[in-house]
Design a protein around this ligand. Structure first.
Ligand code: ADP
Ligand code: MG
Length: 430
């Protein structure tokens, strides 16, 4: 039966979820097909920021998905649906991650002050805390908050000139400006903004010309009452590469620390992140994931990506048991389990030959052990999907991903399969 364009488009979105478990989000379902003819697929996004994000980060998965679904080469283009949107006034395009909003930030005792000060700054830039200095160790949400400030300021004050930049990029652009002889433009670009946000200032180089430039930029903006927001991995006085004259300026506004989240906050973060991906996850499972991942919240994203990939981007409910099976035994990776070990255990258990698993045979008695192999290899080794497919008769990574999703699903619904997988895991890891 021939499919119409909208059906094809839906199938492409579903395929992206399988191909790109890291970046897929539930808002992808709100993307609209704008135009599809010949080899061009135009997709309408809610705003410029999301269109920019998809163009920068997801273009290859969309292109591949479109190619797989239609069977021919397709060029994908993203555009904003919102015609009234202003384009950014700053010289460097403002690239904000769609996830990093205040709405998506979970507030707890560990980050309450930092969060409140960021909100205050975006409501009245330059007037409350200037500069605002946020610090904390890696993965505690500094970059997330800085993006949220930019986004909120853009909404509150569309005419504001906003510049977000990592410290590394500041230094690189400075060096390039010197080489290209465009220093005046560089100075102008940074000294005329309403809001300057610089991430990870611990990377400012010691006694470097770029540090000197940064010092003057800071002074110019401060004198202008333009808002400055900075982040670092330590408080101003404890960054060894920064001179006193800079750190004393950093301290004159508000310095807010972010601490590692408590268990309750971590659970809430897991739930929030799962929701963003359109994943259904039980409270029990969220508790389990929060207890596995303690120090760095980035690992929560990693754990959710694994689970998302295993259910193939579907809305299948993720239970504690399933999470424990998928994430709990990662310690086994240290035991140097090989795919050969897994193939051996599986073929013995189901009484099939390794050659059958690698063959093209598609009878249920072969397919099922083959898929179990893929699933176990995914969970008990650190091999990529491609490598696993390679060991099982040169199958491609989508086949492996599909198998993992299928067995993951069975594992939840079928107690017999559950017992088989548990037994196999025991044999392989002993
Ligand atoms: P940092 O810049 O401090 O190293 P990031 O801002 O990159 O950390 O955060 C790492 C990940 O953790 C991001 O995915 C971010 O969304 C998430 N994260 C951190 N804190 C929170 C929070 N309180 N609520 C929701 N997500 C958070
Ligand atoms: Mg960061």
């Amino acid at each position: 039966m021939a499919k119409n364009s909208n059906e094809i488009f839906e199938a492409i979105i579903e395929r992206v979820k399988v191909l790109d478990p890291v970046n897929s989000r539930s808002w992808f379902n709100t993307l609209k097909l704008k135009n599809f003819n010949g080899g061009q697929l135009e997709i309408a996004c809610p705003d410029n920021q999301s269109a920019g994000f998809l163009q920068d980060v997801c273009i290859s998965s969309f292109t591949l998905a479109a190619q797989q679904i239609t069977g021919h080469l397709v060029t994908v283009k993203f555009g904003s649906e919102n015609k009234n949107e202003r384009t950014s006034r700053s010289a460097i395009p403002l690239k904000l991650h769609p996830d990093y909003t205040f709405d998506n930030f979970v507030v707890g005792p560990c980050n309450r002050l930092a969060h409140a000060s960021c909100i205050a700054v975006s409501n009245s830039p330059g007037k409350t805390y200037n500069p605002l200095f946020i610090y904390g160790t890696v993965g505690l949400g500094k970059t997330h908050l800085l993006h949220a400030i930019c986004r909120e300021t853009q909404i509150n004050k569309p005419s504001a000139k906003i510049q977000f930049i990592s410290c590394d990029e500041f230094v690189n652009r400075f060096i390039n400006a010197i080489e290209a002889g465009t220093l005046p433009q560089f100075k102008n670009q940074f000294r005329t903004v309403d809001l300057l946000v610089i991430d990870d200032v611990q990377f400012l180089r010691e006694r470097d010309q770029s540090q000197e430039e940064f010092f003057h930029t800071f002074n110019a903006l401060y004198a202008n009452r333009s808002q400055i927001v900075l982040s670092a991995d330590a408080p101003p006085g404890e960054i060894p590469t920064l001179p006193e004259r800079l750190t004393s300026r950093f301290k004159c506004g508000l310095v807010a620390r972010i601490d590692p989240p408590t268990h309750e906050t971590r659970v809430a973060i897991v739930q929030k992140k799962a929701k963003l991906r359109g994943m259904k996850i039980t409270d029990d499972a969220a508790e389990y994931i929060a207890s596995k991942v303690k120090a760095n919240i980035r690992e929560i994203e990693g754990a959710l990506t694994t689970l998302y990939a295993l259910v193939g981007g579907s809305e299948q409910e993720i239970t504690r048991e399933f999470s424990r099976f998928a994430l709990g035994d990662k310690d086994n990776i240290d035991k140097n389990i090989t795919i050969t070990d897994i193939i051996k255990a599986v073929t013995t258990y189901y009484d099939v030959r390794p050659a059958d698993l690698q063959s093209k045979k598609r009878s249920q008695s072969i397919t099922m052990p083959r898929q179990v192999c893929m699933y176990l290899a995914r969970n008990l080794t650190s091999h990529s999907l491609e490598e696993i497919g390679g060991h099982l008769g040169g199958r491609d990574h989508t086949t492996v991903m599909h198998a993992c999703g299928k067995i993951g699903e069975l594992q939840q619904a079928d107690t017999k399969i559950q017992a088989q997988l548990a037994e196999l895991t025991k044999r392989i890891t002993k």
